[in-house]
Design a protein around this ligand. Structure first.
Ligand code: ADP
Length: 473
């Protein structure tokens, strides 16, 4: 239960709100308590001032102090307050009890200041119903040099307490009620806002490799959960594409391997059909089997390279080497192959170019391009190879006078196992002279693994131009 995000959210919500409400209530309570106490003191001060005025007035009218005190305590009738008049020795001259029977008392005489009232609370003196009392006492001089009397008043904290009790009761009811309502609201809100997560996790748990095309529902693409669902869906789309590519790769690979294996089996079966054959015939069969085996080996190696590249397990062996030397070497190797078809390979003058990268992969890239150029260029043609540098990019151009690539095929030549029609026919016809359609895929991967790229820049009936761009490092 406590592990549910919804419960945790609600508990946090209630906890934070409870702290806020308690702090708020305590603040209000303290302020009100202070204000009520000040009001009580102000009432006591007002009564003392009124008592002083009344005493002075009565004496001015010619009454004795005893009569004046007596009529003053009767006149100033405030039920909650007890009133008393003393002489300076502390002898009681007149008094009136409050309605709760509390009586005005004097503190130690030495504590009473000369001119302003003294307000104090005595802990041990309480009203009849056990409520603490607040006292005020002041010396009152009747005339500038006349006698001094002491007027004392007291009032219990009853009204203050009553109002504070009422406020506490309001808080006791409203704070838990507010927390209950907020808790229920928070729970519903958490339930509502987390509902898409529950739906998403249900949908996600039903997705496996077989139905990767399923997608999570996106309620609101702009909120956090919507963005999470979109991100998850993107991930599914990428996984789906990767799985599809993998499946396609397997299907293509087995398809490509079927032909050479079929040729090998047929050659063997046909040759073995007769018990005795001429040596020439055995030789021919073995040559054919050897060619197909070579093709299969090359295919398997290329597939292995791509599979390791996909799995991220083909490390790029970064070393410094001279790119111009590598281009020259591969041009020489290609020239030997090309010579049998009467094709010339021309290498333009190159500058010394130090490069950091994987020399073996880069050699494979160049050989794949040159191999294609030789394969798809008719006898007597020409292949031009060039290494340039523009800004911070090394540019390798392989240009041939071949048959060109049909427009509709140009977009696909870098795809795995893609082979143009002519290449396919030739492979089907004699089983060699064409790869499995992986050469350009590998070339592009090598270029990209080095931060560069490879593009077909031109292809027409007069030939094709492939350009490799590699950032210099
Ligand atoms: P392949 O093993 O068939 O050569 P690639 O991936 O190297 O596979 O090339 C894919 C296809 O691109 C080839 O089948 C061919 O149709 C076309 N192609 C590649 N290079 C050339 C070129 N220089 N001239 C004409 N067509 C080419």
């Amino acid at each position: 239960m406590i592990d549910s995000v919804r419960t945790k959210l609600t508990l946090w919500y209630i906890g934070v709100l409870a702290v806020a409400l308690v702090v708020f209530s305590l603040g209000v309570y303290a302020l009100l308590s202070k204000a009520l106490n000040l009001r009580l003191d102000a009432a006591l001060r007002t009564t003392i001032a009124a008592a002083a005025a009344s005493l002075t007035h009565e004496i001015d009218e010619g009454e004795t102090i005893a009569q004046a005190a007596h009529s003053m305590v009767q006149d100033l009738f405030i039920p909650q307050q007890a009133l008393a008049v003393f002489d300076t020795e502390g002898r009681l001259l007149a008094e009136r009890h409050a309605h709760d029977q509390s009586q005005a008392r004097l503190p130690k005489l030495s504590l009473i200041p000369g001119d302003h009232p003294l307000l104090y609370t005595m802990r041990n003196v309480k009203s009849a119903n056990g409520i603490p009392l607040r006292f005020a006492v002041q010396r009152i001089q009747i005339a500038p040099h006349g006698p001094t009397y002491l007027v004392a008043i007291c009032q219990s904290f009853e009204t203050v307490n009553e109002q504070l009790v009422a406020l506490r009761q309001v808080f006791y009811v409203t704070v838990p009620l507010a927390l209950l309502l907020a808790g229920m609201g928070g729970w519903l809100l958490a339930h509502k806002s987390l509902a898409p997560v529950v739906t998403m996790s249900d949908t996600a748990s039903r997705i496996s490799a077989e139905n990767l095309d399923h997608r999570l529902p996106v309620a609101n693409p702009r909120d956090e959960l919507g963005r999470l669902a979109i991100t998850f869906n993107d991930l599914l789309a990428r996984l789906n594409a990767a799985f599809a590519q993998q499946r396609q790769f397997m299907a293509d690979a087995s398809h490509e391997m079927r032909t050479p294996l079929h040729v090998v089996r047929t050659a063997a079966v046909v040759t073995l059909e007769q018990t005795h054959r001429e040596e020439e015939e055995y030789r021919d069969a073995l040559v054919m089997i050897n060619e197909q085996a070579t093709r299969l080996t090359q295919m398997v190696e290329e597939m292995f390279t791509l599979a390791r590249a996909d799995a991220g397990r083909r490390p790029i062996d970064q070393r410094d080497f001279y790119l111009d030397e590598l281009v020259a070497q591969t041009a020489r190797a290609a020239a030997i192959l090309a010579a049998s078809k009467g094709i010339t390979v021309q290498l333009a003058q190159t500058r010394e170019t130090l490069y950091r990268g994987d020399e073996n992969l880069m050699r494979q890239l160049l050989l794949n391009l040159l191999d294609n150029a030789i394969k798809y260029t008719p006898d007597g043609g020409r292949i031009n190879l060039k290494l340039d540098r523009k800004d911070n990019t090394h540019i390798i151009t392989v240009d041939d006078t071949g048959t060109g690539i049909p427009e509709e095929a140009q977009a696909h030549i870098f795809e795995r196992f893609y082979r143009g029609d002519k290449a396919r026919k030739r492979a089907a016809f004699n089983g060699h002279g064409s790869g499995a359609g992986l050469g350009l895929s590998i070339a592009r991967w090598v270029a990209q693994a080095h931060g560069g790229n490879i593009n077909l820049e031109r292809s027409a009936s007069s030939g094709s131009t492939f350009v490799v761009r590699l950032p210099s490092n």
